[in-house]
Design a protein around this ligand. Structure first.
Ligand SMILES: Cc1cc2nc3c(=O)[nH]c(=O)nc-3n(C[C@H](O)[C@H](O)[C@H](O)COP(=O)(O)OP(=O)(O)OC[C@H]3O[C@@H](n4cnc5c(N)ncnc54)[C@H](O)[C@@H]3O)c2cc1C
Length: 293
């Protein structure tokens, strides 16, 4: 049976759209012990293909798991929705600036292949992970991959200057470091709202029921795992420094939970939706407490 999402992908994607049983079986594992059969596989040929895939998946309420070399060991590269494999076609160096020591690359380029091209210029991408012959830069960035010499040479995050990324709503953003004045301008208005919500969470941690908040979050289409991470980090790990810029990612284990460049990242939902979840839950907790007195 042709799935509606498959039909739309086939009509709009230049790359490969594979919903056959063999492809789904091939993409059902990574280097972890887990196995999840995806709905289908998209192998994009271009950046536009990636954007269109995200837009189509959004329309159909279908999740996406990006995939590079599939060498991650905790099941990060598998999922039940669409697999988006960047390693076959999106694997080029787009620009190399030897004088300034940077390269602009597509996400599916394998680390060893990048370093092979950089070698004649006396350069290399520093993190030296042991899966360098398979791992892609996209997978390294998403995992913040490190390697045996990371204490000396840094982890992936220390060597990423800019990122073009597609958010869950299909919009494209360029992320990069901002000067303090640029950051202030980008966050104008948002920063106050961020800290208001942050303070409410912090002042009321005992009133928040995480399972119920997760259920609310899911009903709103938010990423409930990232959402719970925010709550857990504010409850247990202590809050981020008060003077942390709102433009920085806020989460646990380096996972961006929400807010980059003053924009919410949880399922790319508007800030209001997230705030509403908190408000609803605090109101519910207040009613429950009053009733139990
Ligand atoms: C034997 C072995 C040794 C390892 N040694 C190390 C080591 O020394 N150091 C280390 O840090 N890690 C190590 N790893 C883990 C793994 O190799 C690295 O995390 C690697 O960077 C993953 O790259 P990948 O291309 O295979 O990513 P994948 O496994 O394909 O994906 C990893 C994550 O990145 C996401 N992703 C992939 N591409 C994109 C994209 N374009 N946009 C957004 N998200 C994307 C995926 O959805 C997934 O969540 C090892 C793994 C194995 C099996």
């Amino acid at each position: 049976m042709t799935h509606a999402v498959q039909h739309e992908l086939e009509n709009q994607i230049e790359g490969e759209v594979r919903f056959d049983r063999v492809s789904r079986a091939l993409y059902s594992t990574d280097a972890s012990v887990y196995q999840i059969e995806p709905l289908g596989v998209v192998v994009p040929r271009s950046r536009d293909d990636v954007v269109r895939t995200v837009q189509i998946a959004k329309r159909h309420g279908c999740s996406i798991t990006a995939r590079g070399g599939g060498t991650s060991q905790a099941g990060q590269a598998i999922g039940s929705g669409l697999q988006l494999d960047t390693s076959k076609y999106l694997n080029h160096i787009l620009e190399l600036n030897v004088a300034e020591r940077w390269a602009r690359v597509e996400p599916g380029i394998v680390l060893d292949e990048l370093n092979l091209a950089l070698r004649p210029h006396g350069l290399r991408f520093a993190p030296d992970i042991s899966t360098a012959s398979r791992a892609t830069i996209g997978g390294m960035i998403a995992n913040n991959a490190s390697g045996a010499r990371s204490i000396l040479y840094g982890k992936t995050i220390d060597h990423v200057l800019e990122l073009d990324l597609v958010l869950a709503d299909g919009s494209v953003e360029r992320l990069g470091a901002l000067q303090p004045d640029q950051l202030a301008a980008a966050c104008a208005g948002e920063q106050d709202r961020f800290w208001q919500m942050h303070d409410r969470l912090w002042e009321n941690p005992q009133k928040l029921a995480v399972p119920e908040l997760k259920a609310h979050a899911q009903a709103l289409g938010l990423d409930a795992t990232a959402f719970a991470s925010c709550l857990d980090s504010s409850r247990h790990a202590g809050l981020v420094e008060r003077d942390m810029q709102a433009g920085q990612a806020y989460g646990v284990s380096g996972t961006p939970a929400f807010f980059v460049n003053g924009r919410p990242l949880i399922g790319a939902q508007p800030f209001e939706a997230f705030q509403q979840v908190i408000d609803d839950e605090l109101a519910r907790a207040a009613v429950t407490r009053a009733a139990s007195k």
